[in-house]
Design a protein around this ligand. Structure first.
Ligand SMILES: [Zn+2]
Ligand SMILES: [Zn+2]
Length: 135
């Protein structure tokens, strides 16, 4: 068996394991998407979980099975929404995307003020440097 054959068999094995894991997790996203549209994500255990991208499928099936509770299935869209919702109202750099509640609006305004202050400060610095003939 040459190297290529070994790595082909390796990735086949990983693919099979991934399919099996997805089936174990119920096989579909909450919104109903299935098969190639769903991905395995780790729950809030990023420090301890084997990440699906690297490591998870390299473990023996028994170990993966034992830790199935640490993972969930989702399509990428639902995942994006879920991660977006994980930001608290008024949290993050600009609150929740598109949210109109007071804490989020305040946060966004603050962010806007900070950005325009930065632009003003930069402009002032530029003017001063020009006046001094440094640029
Ligand atoms: Zn979904
Ligand atoms: Zn909000």
């Amino acid at each position: 068996m040459d190297k290529k054959e070994i790595s082909r068999l390796g990735s086949e094995k990983i693919k099979a394991k991934r399919q099996r894991f997805i089936a174990l997790l119920g096989g579909k996203c909450g919104c109903g998407k299935i098969a190639k549209d769903v991905y395995v994500y780790a729950k809030d255990v990023y420090e301890t979980a084997w990440m699906p991208a690297k490591g998870l499928y390299g473990h023996p099936w028994e170990q993966m099975e034992a830790r199935a509770d640490d993972y969930y299935l989702s399509c990428s869209m639902c995942h994006t929404i879920k991660v977006g919702r994980a930001i608290e109202h008024g949290g993050g750099s600009q609150g929740r995307v598109g949210c109109k509640c007071d804490p989020c609006r305040l946060k966004r305004n603050e962010h806007g003020r900070m950005m325009s202050k930065k632009i003003r400060d930069d402009a002032r610095l530029l003017r001063e440097l020009r006046k001094e003939g440094r640029i």
